[in-house]
Design a protein around this ligand. Structure first.
Ligand code: ZN
Ligand code: ZN
Length: 123
């Protein structure tokens, strides 16, 4: 399905194709620090479908505990986390912090919300 979103201030906007089944709730230390919350909800895009529509996110590279280097991007104005991805060639998959960017009333967002809440109930 098609998803779209933006950072909090609206400078960075994007769209991508993603499968709702890839929605993941993560409570690792990195995700807690990035979200400022006990957990973070991410969705993985289909390879090569992530498109920036406006803005230019700031990127930094973070090495995970398992030794994998992942570029992380955030809005330079409002600090909203936009995506994390892999180093190397396209087509890449992007992990998007989906929950904060889901447009209210968007049918795909509602589908994801249901999945998120059911997953939370299971956890
Ligand atoms: Zn912003
Ligand atoms: Zn995590």
């Amino acid at each position: 399905m098609k998803i779209d979103g933006s950072c909090h201030c609206g400078y960075v906007t994007f769209e991508a194709e993603a499968d709702p089944e890839t929605t993941t709730i993560c409570n690792c230390t990195d995700c807690q620090k990035m979200s400022g919350a006990p957990l973070r909800v991410v969705i993985t895009t289909r390879p090569g479908t992530f498109v920036l529509l406006s803005g230019k996110p700031t990127e930094y590279r973070k090495t995970s505990n398992s030794g994998v280097v992942r570029p992380q991007a955030f809005c330079p104005t409002c600090d909203t986390a936009i995506y994390s991805t892999t180093v190397g060639d396209d087509p890449k998959r992007y992990q998007l912090s989906f929950a904060p960017t889901a447009a209210p009333g968007h049918s795909s967002a509602q589908r994801l919300s249901r999945q998120r809440f059911s997953a939370l109930a299971l956890g």
